[in-house]
Design a protein around this ligand. Sequence first.
Ligand code: BEZ
Length: 238
Amino acid sequence: METNTQTQTTAMPRIGDRAPAFKAVTTQGEINFPDQYAGSWVILFSHPADFTPVCTSEFMTFAAMEEDFAKANCKLVGLSVDGLYSHIAWLRTIKEKIEFKGMKNVEVKFPLIEDITMEIARKYGMIQPGESSTKAVRAVFVIDPKGIIRTIIYYPLSLGRNFDELYRVLIALQTADAFSVATPADWRPGDDVIVPPAGSCGVAKERMENPKDITCHDWFFCTKKIDKETVMKTILKK
Ligand code: BEZ
């Protein structure tokens, strides 16, 4: 990975890249990323700082949804540039004292990486000096079972993430892989999916004149039905 030592910026990983490797200390022991997650989807996400309100609301929400992500073969890994003891104290406070939107006694069981040197945060382009040079922005990397980055989303410090959207992204990626389709705007399981574009004039003509199990709005824009049960059964059994 290319690093500019004068500005301490690092080339950011891109969609389709192999997830940059690292070893780290976490609240669940040491991890060897992404090798030890081979075979699972992973959401690696950063947050700006422990003991801050937006981050607290995010951790509680993610922890409450952890089982849903696990059922879709996805593990969660958090990171901030705070130290291990701060992480431990913060997670204990969340469990013992914080109530938010009906959630309480929330135990964060997924690993939270300590990254005081910012080495990992820099590797992943999580330090964005225009926003903060001392805190990570709210980055989300969705990584597939082969260790390839499939989605990257960044949010600024002030904006808490939408975790229903992160779950939707995970299910949409898995649906695209499992059924060789694409998913249209605002897709949710049960909505029609997009079939790959016609690769020849003959297929385009056939689709328009004699569509089989597909609906074509035009030759390049055809959809088909996959019911929600089929999607979820396929994904959740993996
Ligand atoms: C927060 O999580 O509340 C927060 C963290 C850093 C800057 C602003 C807000």
